[in-house]
Design a protein around this ligand. Structure first.
Ligand SMILES: C[S@@+](CC[C@H](N)C(=O)[O-])C[C@H]1O[C@@H](n2cnc3c(N)ncnc32)[C@H](O)[C@@H]1O
Length: 267
């Protein structure tokens, strides 16, 4: 017999996810939520979603499992190439090399955005001159990002000279995968972080990518998340959102637009 998620159970999950992560789950996502959470019901041998909801309400470890299943983590290397070109041609050459260049991938998923940037930085700077932090609410993607092992077809988007320099083709049990150069991996810091709060512990950055995550938030949450993230941006630093996102409905008096979906902090 199929186990169905009722409308009222879905509303309870909507509220829980909104409170914890800020994601505004639309009604159209009900079936998706039902199917993504089904494996946890089967794991616990529950025969209704309400039993599972009661569990996540009292068990923080299971709440993390639920968040891991609900978040959408699509990403790829050099996604929205214009941004990487801007980074390479306009930002990196103008960086005063006296200080460490710090980059934050603020919704890092499995790390493709962070490693794409790492390759560009490492090509032109000494390894000790740059630092990358990647954060995400999803504990599973952060584990994957720390390992840096991807399906071989993901390498198609990586420019050939960077692929040669930083991607190791897997052999034996890693056939069909590639591994990011261990030197790069060791220079990165991937950690679990929630954009709903100010992440003071990660410090200040020259560049922050907050791409393809604002779409999941309502305007009020967007404002809060952007305000939080901008506290970590140095004056003069750059802030990127996705080419398919905008800041139209929120207030960002400290930013000036410098290219499509690229902003500079001016005060
Ligand atoms: C679609 S991926 C985008 C990945 C990457 N930035 C890119 O553009 O390819 C969105 C990521 O945002 C994360 N996320 C969603 N809500 C979050 C929150 N409140 N705090 C931190 N990360 C969050 C998800 O777990 C997911 O990995």
């Amino acid at each position: 017999m199929a186990i169905l998620l009722s409308d009222s159970e879905f509303v309870t999950i909507q509220k829980l996810i909104f409170r914890e992560v800020g994601i505004d789950l639309q009604a159209s996502k009900k079936l998706l939520v039902q199917s993504r959470l089904l494996k946890r019901l089967l794991f616990y041998k529950f025969d209704s979603y309400i039993d599972y909801i009661r569990l996540v309400q009292i068990n923080s470890a299971e709440r993390i499992e639920m968040i891991n299943l609900i978040t959408t983590n699509e990403t790829y290397f050099f996604r929205e190439i214009d941004h990487f070109e801007f980074l390479q041609n306009k930002i990196i050459p103008n960086h005063p090399f006296k200080k460490k260049f710090r980059f934050w991938s603020a919704a890092a998923s499995v790390g493709a955005e962070a490693y794409s940037t790492a390759m560009l930085l490492d090509k032109t700077m000494a390894r000790s001159d740059w630092e990358i932090v990647g954060t995400d609410i999803n504990t599973e993607v952060i584990k994957k990002a720390r390992i840096g092992l991807y399906p071989q077809k993901w390498a198609d988007k990586i420019p050939i000279e960077l692929k040669k320099a930083y991607c190791l083709k897997g052999k034996g049990k890693h056939e069909g995968q590639f591994l990011i150069d261990r030197g790069l991996v060791e220079n990165m810091d991937f950690r679990v972080g929630n954009l709903m709060k100010y992440n003071a512990e990660v410090g200040e950055f020259d560049v922050i990518f907050l791409r393809n995550v604002l779409i999941y938030f309502d305007d009020e949450t967007k404002q809060m998340v952007v305000d939080n993230v901008l506290k970590n941006l140095k004056v003069g630093g750059y802030f990127f959102i996705s080419l398919t996102e905008n800041l139209n409905m929120i207030k960002t008096p400290s930013l000036k637009s410098v290219a499509t979906s690229v902003y500079q902090k001016i005060k």
